[in-house]
Ligand binder design. Sequence first.
Ligand SMILES: Cc1cc2nc3c(=O)[nH]c(=O)nc-3n(C[C@H](O)[C@H](O)[C@H](O)COP(=O)(O)OP(=O)(O)OC[C@H]3O[C@@H](n4cnc5c(N)ncnc54)[C@H](O)[C@@H]3O)c2cc1C
Length: 401
Amino acid sequence: MKRTVVDNEIVIVGGGICGLATALALHRKRIKSLVLEKSEELRATGAAIIVQANGWHALDQLGVGSILRQTAIQIHGGKFISLSEDESKEAPFGINGEFRCLKRTDLIKAIANCLPHETIRTGCQVLSIELDPVTKYPQLLLSNGSILQAKVVIGCDGVNSMVSNMVSLHPTKLLRFSTCVARGFTKYQNDHQFPSEFVMISRGQVQLGRIPITDKLVYWFVTRLSTSQDSIISKDPVLIRRSLLESIEDFPVHAMDMIHNCKLSSLHLTDLKYRPPWDLLLNRFNKGTTVVAGDAMHATGPFMAQGGSTSIEDAIVLARCLAEKMDNTTDAIAERNDIEEAFDKYAKERRMRIFWLSLNTFLVGKRLDTKSCIVRSIVFAMVFVLFRDPDGHSRYNCGTL
Ligand SMILES: Cc1cc2nc3c(=O)[nH]c(=O)nc-3n(C[C@H](O)[C@H](O)[C@H](O)COP(=O)(O)OP(=O)(O)OC[C@H]3O[C@@H](n4cnc5c(N)ncnc54)[C@H](O)[C@@H]3O)c2cc1C
């Protein structure tokens, strides 16, 4: 077996939004890191991502906000349209601060382009992590058979995180919503003429969301109850489109046209896994000098459109805490203690933020999941009591880097 000792002290597992944002936040603090991504190239699954005020603050801290603002128009408001047999009802809603929808490729590229060339290693899967019995630092076993040693490992390996299972007190038990989501783009030859607003159209348990990205490009998503056929449908974009058109067959013509004319390569149908919110109260986020961030720490459903933004917040807070503690001490034990103290501070700062957000997302998801009017009313009342300010989640400020 090959054995390679890296001089990079910090290894980040996963090159998604969180891994790249963490590498950039550390780079801005003059701390070098290495990102290991299992895919052959950086992935941007899921067409687009909504970024709300808290996310824009975090992107500004990373220094990529102004580049990304040029790629997406600002959304100023929204409306719910509820369709029923006899009438349709419209209810406008306000938006707190800055709200835009970014192409995921734009976000990933903007962050990756700011990183030193040698930071990202693609086609590199981490199979397992163990503690070196002598140094007590983590050792990563890679799919090519080599072993990397690192002083710090940051697990940004997404919802099915291997690192999270390693640091948690108990192995992660992911749960599933009964709802699934399809997402895609529609590109219009001429301007689409939709106003710069977020429109949600619903009938029963089917919801369609529409947000313009530019004058010619629109991001949309459809949520509906999962079916036993979804594992087959999700493999073929033509089948996804057909199933969506069936789900929204009594929706307005412009909505049907939008799905009909979508870019097939942008289509994804995803089942929704989440970490129960109460686990976040009790679970450990680090073990020694290995820590988790992003979906690896707090996978939620997409119902608040905050998973990506909170991952960038994690990156800012983690880099800030590490930079405060990573000085040039030569004493190995003192150094390890410093890193662990940095992670304790990070966990303390993030725990309640991600708990409340996960709980809010969980309740909103359960409201969509259930057919029972009684359960829906109870969940509605809980959301009303616990989350009186519906925009509270986007007013959060993760501070400066
Ligand atoms: C339907 C849907 C809609 C959403 N909409 C929004 C939205 O509008 N706004 C928003 O803010 N959030 C949204 N989210 C949430 C958001 O997509 C996630 O929170 C975000 O992508 C998490 O980023 P991450 O880097 O933690 O994980 P990921 O994006 O999953 O990245 C993990 C990376 O790690 C790599 N990896 C995994 N295991 C290994 C390994 N062993 N070795 C090496 N590499 C590995 C993977 O290949 C992947 O690239 C949505 C999610 C869904 C499902």
